[in-house]
Design a binder for this molecule. Sequence first.
Ligand code: AMP
Ligand code: ZN
Length: 664
Amino acid sequence: MNIEQKINTLREELRQHNYNYYILDNPTIEDFEFDMKLKQLQELEEKYPEFYDENSPTQRVGGAITKNFKTVVHDFRMYSLDNSYSKEDLLDWETRIKKMVDGEVQYTCELKYDGASMNLTYENGKLVRAVTRGDGVQGDEVTANIKTINTVPLQLKGDFPKRFDIRGEIILPISGFVEMNKERISNGEEPYRNPRNTASGSLKLQDSAEVAKRPLECLLYSIKGNNLKISTQFEGLEKARRWGFKVPPEAKLVNSIDEVLNYINHWDKHRHELPYEIDGVVVKVNSLYQQDELGFTAKAPRWAMAYKFKAEQVSTRLHEITYQVGRTGAITPVANLEPVELAGTIVKRASLHNADQIEKLDIREGDEVFVEKGGEIIPKIISVDLTKRPPDSSPTEYILTCPECDTTLIRVEGEAKHYCPNYNGCPPQVIGRIQHYISRKAMDIEGLGGETVALLVKEKLISNYSDLYELTVQEVIPLERMAQKSAENLINGIEASRQIPFERVLFALGIRYVGETVAKKLAKHYKSIDALMAAPIEGLIAVDEIGDRIAESVVEFFASEENKNIIARLKNFGVQLEISAEKLANQTDKLSGKSIVVSGVFESVSRNELKKLIEDNGGKVSSSISSKTSFLVAGDKMGPSKLAKAEKLNVPILTEESFLEKLK
Ligand code: AMP
Ligand code: ZN
């Protein structure tokens, strides 16, 4: 087999495994094996860039940055749907239909996936563009982001039309949403409110690698095109499935509105068994011929109708309001409820968010309250049933002091939450910060877990993360469940964390609002903790994507004597507090402020090396040419359309040699 065949075989295999895993939900190889094959393909593609394919399975990891999303006019307008809420509404709809079309009418019933709509265009079986609904007439092109979604096929199978559009909903499954929020909470960030907004917010992220990290999915429901040889909606769904799209199997073909109602009632009851959220059902006239006859109103097709579910509500007793203290000292009031079943789960607690929320609801212990699960995963208290309020009840007084350490709480102007300012003495803060420091995405200290951290603090062996580096085997052996071996592992794990690179150390410090991405940005910009500590607020705000809130939090963190002391200790213990000399040697800001497009095949460096060179020298790699492009680095076999566009916009074109020369 020659190299090209080998690359193509690997791509084909990976595509099939991707399909088995994400579409059929039925993997036939181990994840590890899959990763090895992917790695093998990546290496071959790096080595032989002449076989580059923008729809290769390796392209799913993202990386392209889009500064401004291009506006694109849809070939077929994306209409909205009319809504119905009752049997009567549906019967009225049927009457209107029967007046306009002859013969029997069949309906396709589908679930109404709750996410963001997306139009995908395929040409010769390849995804060529993905556009948001926008105002229905035109939307934003978000192809780079959509390519990272595993359920969007980059290459179709079987007997697909030469060119067509297919529409679907980008959704975030509930489990993925819960995972993302766990991480946000552990970073001291506000959790996302619901999967729908999180999914739609993801589409317009500038960095496609960020999108790739989110477990989004695309569920398809409609094909548009000319001369497609499809005569019913249901047939369209089946075909799309065969070409490799994810079309949920719950779609059903029925013969009457009565059957439609059965479908609706079934899913109203069982919707919580689905791995994603739906907000109703969509009913469509099945025959495309009849659809044509019915046509559209100004806003929606006459041949389709959405049926919206009511948000589920129950009432229950509020026993007690308790208060939680987070790692960052933020106080969250929690409603402890009489357990009650709601939307398929038992609800015992609900967040009350903050003091304002309590005041707004005038909620009191002993009240009977209405709890709702709408689009939100976390149940929400909607209101109080005042008719059932006990006569002796009095308004809730928000706590004034910390439930854990008794310190007087503070509330910063403009912020909703109260904070416990006892940064160094409040146990959940002290323990939470160290737990964050050792966590997998931070210092990843092997052999040390969250409970051991709590024990170490309780036994006064440590009081902040810098103390970890002074622990000895003898000190930890007496702890519960510690043996010689595990104690040694723990100490070795701490030892090894000295090699963790600066950007992760910066994340590990647990500065409020400094999550992984921000830490990376700051590390790259300032290169050492000393430079970062010396940075004034204005300087920080000037860094790309750093806003006032983050800047203030960083300055405040380093203003503390205690923190300065801890940093000095970390430095002494050999923790990486600057970008390593080796990495730094390759970094300059020669290309700072430049937006650069790379195209074609190169000789002395691979495409990825070239991109890395640009980034290391402070430049930005952009995937498409616009008037803002500073220059284009053109290799061999570069696409003619890119060349034409660069010429048209007068974007300078550099050869590989002249570009490398520029960096010397
Ligand atoms: P609305 O936004 O309330 O006008 O509802 C229309 C939207 O419902 C469409 O733009 C789609 O994004 C979404 N939708 C979800 N599931 C389906 C489905 N099965 N068929 C058609 N549209 C759907
Ligand atoms: Zn406290």
